[in-house]
Design a protein around this ligand. Structure first.
Ligand SMILES: [Zn+2]
Length: 118
């Protein structure tokens, strides 16, 4: 199990999305096509990716979909960051309030102690 997880983080020479698309659309040179086929022969991950791309019939729309997916992801990320920033402001406000309350309490306590001393 640990070996499997270790492999995920190893840098591979796997095929890029564009490369797979070009392969499917027959846009690669014979040499490139050969390299892709050699890689596909022993890479399960790229085979899965290729299979997924093959199932999409309107291949010319894939770049458009990819852009849309990327854009949606960016939107979600931006929203998440915005929420994080808001949370940071709330936490800061609570901390400042706590510190001010503590200072006020300390001042009262010092005054109380001084009066008791007299
Ligand atoms: Zn691969």
């Amino acid at each position: 199990m640990s070996d499997q997880f270790h492999d995920i983080f190893v840098e591979t020479n796997c095929l890029g999305q564009q490369e797979l698309l070009d392969y499917l659309q027959g846009k690669l040179s014979p040499a490139e096509q050969h390299r892709v086929e050699q890689h596909l022969a022993d890479c399960e991950m790229c085979n899965d990716a290729l299979e997924g791309l093959q199932q999409i019939t309107k291949k010319e729309k894939i770049p458009f979909w990819l852009r849309e997916i990327k854009w949606n992801l960016m939107k979600k990320l931006r929203l998440k960051n915005h929420r994080k920033r808001k949370l940071k402001i709330y936490v800061s406000a609570i901390l400042v309030t706590a510190i001010v309350l503590l200072l006020v309490f300390m001042v009262y306590w010092v005054i109380f102690e001084i009066r008791r001393g007299n």
